[in-house]
Design a protein around this ligand. Structure first.
Ligand code: PLP
Length: 278
């Protein structure tokens, strides 16, 4: 073994898909082909002016230049709780049902480390955000793909999950409005998810990156609106896409308080929180 060989854990994951896509796109472009990239996406519009101005003030304040609180300031937690109440009619206790995340990516990744052991399984919506599979693999667990079925409105067929897979599953990653299919959650699907999660004791992680990025009058729900969802799940809400803030790394995890406590416990060992100016 060479001194620069990566760990077996790192060897277990394919080269990060977006990096691989970039390489392929560059090769096609070099060959003179006009490529439309469906790879990593950034909003075209800049961050709103009032947000940028508030940030300019915030970075100048000495309080914000210190180590952040890993649980987030109460204003931050209260702002998310207030938003969930107004926007989704979901009641969130700002004390322990919400904490900041340094982007949805960090949160989704670290949830695998908070909940999976070797031999455990995470169910990953497929096609889906690459971290739904890379996170479990890096944590030494397995990722089982949950194919999105066009005939079911791009929902997975939960009845098709083999019993031995369901019994080893500890996490399930879902995402609506969905990237990359653009599908919105089919009527009644979140209810099926709650009963499936109850039956098999699986923690649901709903990646809500796009609820504020809809059109034609469609208003996306939160998974947490579903009856019983707070018992079996968490939702990751990100400002990246909906608020043109991909570079700011501003997100939160909301929902089941025990799950959030474990995520927080892991996180205090891994990072030092979200820049409080944000
Ligand atoms: C962009 C995207 C993310 C990443 O969000 P960040 O908050 O910027 O880390 C997560 N999930 C999906 C489905 C996305 O499209």
């Amino acid at each position: 073994m060479a001194l620069t060989d990566p760990s077996k854990r790192l060897e277990a994951i394919p080269p990060y898909m977006f990096a691989e896509l970039e390489r392929k796109v560059a090769a096609k472009r070099a060959a003179g082909i006009d490529v439309i990239s469906l790879g990593i996406g950034d909003p075209v519009e800049p961050t709103y002016d009032h947000v940028v101005r508030a940030m300019q003030d915030a970075v100048a304040q000495n309080d914000n230049q210190k180590y952040p609180s890993n649980r987030g300031r109460s204003e931050y937690r209260e702002a998310f709780a207030g938003f969930y109440e107004d926007r989704f009619g979901v009641e969130i206790d700002p004390e322990d049902e919400v904490i900041p995340a340094i982007g949805a990516k960090e949160c989704i990744y670290n949830l695998s480390f908070a909940f999976l052991d070797p031999g455990d399984v995470a169910l990953a919506s497929d096609p889906g955000y690459p971290v739904y599979t890379a996170g479990p693999l890096l944590a030494g667990a397995k990722a089982e793909l949950l194919p999105l079925v066009p005939e079911l409105g791009f929902a997975p067929d939960l009845t098709a999950v083999p019993a031995d897979v369901a019994s080893r599953a500890r996490l399930m990653f879902l995402n609506y409005p969905n990237n990359p299919t653009g599908a919105v959650v089919p009527e009644g699907f979140f209810e099926l998810v709650v009963s499936f999660a109850r039956e098999h004791e699986i923690l649901v992680v709903h990646d809500n990156a796009y609820s504020e990025t809809t059109f034609d009058g469609y208003v996306a729900p939160s998974f947490l609106q579903t009856l019983g969802a707070m018992d079996v799940g968490v939702e990751v809400f990100s400002l990246s896409k909906g608020y043109n803030m991909t570079g700011w790394r501003c997100a939160a995890i909301l929902g089941n308080r025990d799950a959030i406590a474990s995520y927080w416990r892991l996180k205090t060992n891994v990072d030092s929180g979200l820049f409080e100016a944000v």
